[in-house]
Design a protein around this ligand. Structure first.
Ligand SMILES: [Zn+2]
Ligand SMILES: [Zn+2]
Length: 448
């Protein structure tokens, strides 16, 4: 790989300062230290001391403990830093009420730092628990598998609904490239999938800005695009577990997290591809099945979203007909109840509050879409990568590319296109299709 690719991201230029931005906001991330490099494990005690923490509560699971936790604990011991630990005894940890309780129960009073040893789920859990306990947390990353390291939102499964709760970001993100490069390939591929999902996510944001006037920051978009290009250009090296490439990918993931913290929510990193992934995860858990990794599902969602966007780019919608469409609230509620099962209550409550499907609001959006349709179509055509390139890239990492490969049936794919948007109050491709009266039609026409 060239030096240029590894040097493109300078994470330190984004932290420990307030950035007055052209979008009119002042951006700030609460993360104070990022050390993603060889030998970072050895520097862990020093990083903990630097901030004056006295006692460390380590949270790991049965996979991350041997991969990274054990060594960290040994070093803390040698450095004379007292610690307690909980090793969650699950092959796959579900971030639900039960596990939150387990961590809370194991926490000894007076410990002033939670050290999350892991990536996605452990990080989400520690983000939430440390925030509720009123102590700081650091993440010691075990795999470059997702982009939520520094964001403030914690993705949890509460009352069966995939929910993001604003908590706090970590004080520091530490990742040893030797550990990260030795992570299972499906976790590394998940990190790539989570990043490539930004194509459809950023386009969703651009379109939402055009159609609803939602806040939009071009600087933040450009940060996420840098992360995207880094990952897109390094897939061959990643496959070889090249440490420099793994470092660049991890930094790209952290950069996306900083972008989220700059905006204060997950808009820069989560669009329709994420809503589809959330839906699949919820459905799998309700059926007692273990869902695929978050980033794996996002990669599949991204490819499905590319297919839908490609169709939309060729569309000449009948705006008048779309505006005359009634909204049968009862039939919709029935469908939500069928599709979301145990989670339906939360989804119906969200709509009560958000009114995404209110006809007056929908028609206001349709008026704007009608006026800007040529621009919208052009934007879709210009912005997205080719489906075949993304499929090839994901396949080269042995990652699944179709819903079928992750156990999502053709029937479920169809219902995903119609109802996955209900999981969040966020304007994306799926709501655009619904607004235009195309969701049902596309659901029928898209093949697994
Ligand atoms: Zn900005
Ligand atoms: Zn994600």
């Amino acid at each position: 790989m060239t030096d240029k690719q590894t040097e493109r991201i300078d994470l330190n230029s984004y932290i420990n300062r307030q950035i007055t931005c052209s979008c009119g906001h002042v951006h700030y991330s609460s993360v104070k230290l990022i050390d993603i490099d060889q030998g970072a494990t050895l520097r862990l005690p020093e990083h903990i001391r630097r901030f004056g923490y006295q006692k460390v509560f380590i949270v790991a699971d049965i996979n991350t403990w041997p991969a990274a936790g054990e060594k960290a604990a040994e070093l803390l011991d040698k450095a004379g830093i007292p610690f307690a630990k909980v090793i969650l005894n699950y092959e796959e940890v579900i971030p639900d009420e039960r596990v939150i309780g387990e961590i809370m129960t194991a926490y000894p009073m007076g410990y002033d730092l939670v050290l999350a040893v892991g990536s996605g789920t452990i990080n989400d859990l520690c983000k939430f628990v440390s925030h509720r306990l009123g102590v700081d947390y650091m993440v010691f990353a075990s795999a470059p598998s997702m982009d939520g390291f520094v964001s403030i939102g914690s993705a949890l499964m509460l009352n069966h609904v995939k929910t993001t709760i604003d908590c706090q970001g970590p004080v520091a993100v530490i990742g040893d490239t030797d550990i990260l490069a030795a992570a299972p390939m499906h976790l590394i591929a998940a990190g790539v999938g989570d990043t490539l999902g930004k194509y459809t996510c950023l386009l969703d944001w651009k379109l939402a800005h055009l159609i609803t006037g939602e806040y939009y920051c071009p600087e933040v978009v450009s940060m996420v695009e840098t992360a995207l290009q880094t990952v897109r250009s390094l897939s061959a090296e990643v496959q070889q577990r090249d440490p420099a490439a793994i470092k660049a990918v991890t930094e790209a993931l952290v950069l996306t997290g900083i972008a989220m913290s700059f905006v204060g929510n997950s808009r820069p990193a989560s669009g329709c591809e994420h809503h589809m992934a959330h839906y699949w995860e919820m459905k799998a858990l309700m059926e007692g099945k273990m869902p695929e990794k978050h980033g794996t599902q996002v990669g599949v969602g991204m490819i499905l979203a590319l297919k839908l966007y490609d169709k939309l780019a060729d569309e000449e919608p009948d705006f008048e007909a779309a505006m005359k469409r009634p909204f049968d609230r009862e039939a919709w509620q029935q469908k939500i109840t069928e599709c979301y099962g145990q989670a339906a209550e939360g989804i119906l409550a969200l709509e009560e509050k958000a009114q995404k499907n209110d006809i007056t609001k929908r028609n206001q959006r349709l008026v704007v879409m009608k006026e800007k349709w040529p621009q919208i179509r052009q934007l879709i055509r210009d912005y997205l990568p080719e489906q075949h390139e993304m499929i090839q890239l994901m396949t080269s990492l042995n990652a699944p590319v179709s819903p079928e490969e992750i156990g999502v049936s053709a029937k479920r794919t169809r219902e995903t296109i119609e109802v996955a948007k209900e999981v969040r109050d966020r304007y994306t491709l799926l709501q655009i299709l619904w607004d235009l009266g195309l969701a049902g039609k596309y659901a029928e026409e898209i093949r697994n």
